[in-house]
Structures are given as structure tokens and as C-alpha cells.
Write a protein that binds this ligand. Structure first.
Ligand code: GYE
Length: 329
């Protein structure tokens, strides 16, 4: 439509118009002629320090790159995220970034974006494999690998535990990619290593401190803590909430029960320095600048990998203190 309106008013103006459309086929793709993009970002929510750091990283990187970022906080609610994506489609943004709260239920809205000619890039979390053709690429963590890292430490730490390792698990948001994959990767390694273990209980704490604490209180009421060897919490907040519940029950977290967390926030590392937990699998939220590169490539029509993992480490008790000052969130 834009090109049509410009037709007949001179080749120079037409070229300018095409540049504004990124040389696309008349859709809204391409960004401004200064290379700036209008980006619609449907974020999960603000449930954790990780999430806040991730939002900040993406907002700052967009600003630094001169892009216009339309940011919507989905409040951990898929319906809100779907509404945000539809709104971005109506606004004809250049590219949509979606951090899907859960893996399923995206087919229709992703199809709508494709029909509108607007590319979708997943940031952080993934969607089910059936929807793979409906997004361009995902930039984020390898959650299964994070689970395997946690499992590797647990299998080594409890290898000599002859009467079996009794495990509690605090899962992330039900149906989310990190909850599904951190669980799968963890138990994959325990099984592969032949650890003798029992899952005493496993419930979702929705990635928040409040729910993590509440679920841990229920675990303690139901099973007690005597004879429980390990708590595997899928993120820092749930682990920190659980630590409070354990202390309130008169036990010593990190000693009476060993604890693994995933993320590695300042508060998580501080708890490690204080001896309250035993292993941290890092999940890196600071991929804003990398995301801007990906978005620019996608809008330019360059080939991009279907998945770009961010780099992440692991830390045990001997490393907590030295690493604490390096934490960015
Ligand atoms: O681990 C957790 C957050 O999707 C990787 O979401 C992210 C997870 C992160 O709530 O703290």
C-alpha cells in the first residue's frame, strides 16, 4: 500500500519508500530507513530477579541500538501475551519478540503473525516442536543442559549414598520450557549414572519465592525433613523461599538438606556464601545486545540459526565467594 502511494512521484522517493519497507514484498517489514526497528516484545512477567535483569538487558540494548521497543509484561498469563502479540500485529511492528510463558497454545497467534508477514523471534523460552516452522529463531538458554549440569553434580555428590537419595523438586511454571527441560535433563543424568534415588515429592512453585516457600512448607508438613537428602529448585526465588521454610522448621539448609538452584542471582550466590545452598547452575539473562543483532539479521532477511544458546557456567561451594561480586542481577 505504501509503495503504491509512492508510485509515480519519482524514483528517488520510491527507493526511499522501499528502503523503509526493507525491500520486502510490501508488508510492514524492514524498519526505518536509518535501520531502526519497531520491536514488539511480549515478556513473560516480572516473577524473578532473572526476569527483571532480562527485561532490563533487552530494554537497554534496544535503546542503545536506536530501536523502538514496545514492551508488554505478560504477568505470567498466556492470554495477556497472546493479546500483546495480536496488538503488535495490528500495529504492524517490524519484528515480534515473544518469551512464551508456556510451550503450548501458540499455533494460532504465531500463524496470524506469519500471515501478516511479521517475523517472530523467541527470546528465552521455547514453544512445542509442532510450532517450530512458525518462528524464525530462538535465542536463550539450553534448559535441558542446565538440568543435566544439576544432575551431574547430584549424581557425583550422592554416588556413595547406599540407601538411596531422597529428592524433593520445586518445578518452575507448569508447562513452561525451563520447567519441562530442567526436570528432564536432571533425571536423565541421574538415570544414566545409575543413581539410586527416589522422588519424594515434586510440585510447581511457579518460579516465585512466595509459592516456592508455600510448596516447601507443604512438603515439610507431608514428609518431614528427616531423611530428605536433596532439594532441586528450578530457580533462585523458589530455592530462597524454600530455604526460609526450612529454617522456620528448625533445620539448617545446605547442611541438613543439600540444595541446588538454577539462575545464579546475587541473592542466590549470597545464600551460597552463607552456606545455605550447595550448587548453582547459571542461567544468563543478559542477552539483550545479542538479541538486537539477531533481530537486525532477521529483518534484513539474513539466514540465522534456529537456536542460539547463551553461555552459562556452574558453581560449587568453593566458588561462591569469588563469583559473588561478578553477579549482574
Ligand atoms: O530461570 C526463572 C524465570 O525462563 C529461564 O524464568 C527463564 C526462567 C528463569 O522465572 O527465574
Amino acid at each position: 500500500m505504501f509503495k503504491k502511494a509512492l508510485a509515480g512521484i519519482g524514483a528517488g522517493a520510491l527507493l526511499l519508500g522501499m528502503a523503509a519497507c526493507g525491500g520486502g514484498d510490501g508488508g510492514s517489514e524492514g524498519g526505518g530507513d536509518d535501520g531502526s526497528l519497531v520491536i514488539g516484545f511480549a515478556q513473560v512477567g516480572a516473577e524473578s530477579a532473572w526476569r527483571t535483569a532480562n527485561s532490563t538487558s533487552i530494554q537497554e540494548a534496544a535503546k542503545a541500538a536506536g530501536h523502538d521497543l514496545k514492551f508488554v509484561d505478560g504477568q505470567q498469563d498466556q492470554e495477556k501475551q497472546i493479546a500483546a502479540v495480536r496488538d503488535f500485529i495490528n500495529q504492524q511492528v517490524d519484528v515480534i519478540v515473544l518469551a512464551p510463558v508456556v510451550e503450548t497454545g501458540w499455533t494460532d497467534v504465531l500463524q496470524e503473525a506469519e500471515d501478516a508477514g511479521i517475523p517472530v523471534v523467541l527470546a528465552d523460552r521455547g514453544v512445542e516442536a509442532a510450532d517450530e516452522a512458525l518462528y524464525v529463531t530462538r535465542l536463550g538458554s539450553d534448559f535441558a543442559e542446565e538440568g543435566r549440569k544439576a544432575g551431574t553434580w547430584a549424581a557425583e555428590t550422592f554416588a556413595a549414598d547406599a540407601d538411596g537419595t531422597r529428592i524433593l523438586e520445586l518445578q518452575g511454571t507448569t508447562g513452561s520450557a525451563p520447567a519441562n527441560d530442567r526436570k528432564a535433563g536432571f533425571f536423565e543424568v541421574l538415570d544414566a549414572e545409575g543413581l539410586n534415588y527416589e522422588i519424594v515429592d515434586s510440585q510447581s512453585g511457579n518460579f516465585t519465592a512466595e509459592e516456592g516457600k508455600a510448596v516447601m512448607e507443604t512438603f515439610i508438613t507431608t514428609h518431614g525433613l528427616d531423611g530428605i537428602d536433596l532439594l532441586y529448585a528450578h530457580n533462585d526465588e523458589m530455592g530462597l523461599g524454600a530455604i526460609q521454610a526450612i529454617e522456620e522448621a528448625g533445620k539448617v539448609p545446605g547442611t541438613d538438606i543439600q540444595i541446588i538452584i538454577v539462575d545464579g542471582s546475587t541473592a542466590g550466590f549470597q545464600a551460597g556464601v552463607d552456606g545455605k545452598l550447595n550448587y548453582i547452575v547459571e542461567c544468563n539473562p543478559a542477552f539483550g545486545p545479542q538479541l538486537m543483532d539477531v533481530l537486525e539479521s532477521v529483518v534484513a532477511g539474513d539466514e540465522v540459526e534456529k537456536f542460539t544458546p547463551v553461555e552459562e557456567g556452574v558453581f560449587d561451594a568453593t566458588q561462591f565467594e569469588a563469583e559473588l561480586p561478578n553477579r549482574q542481577f
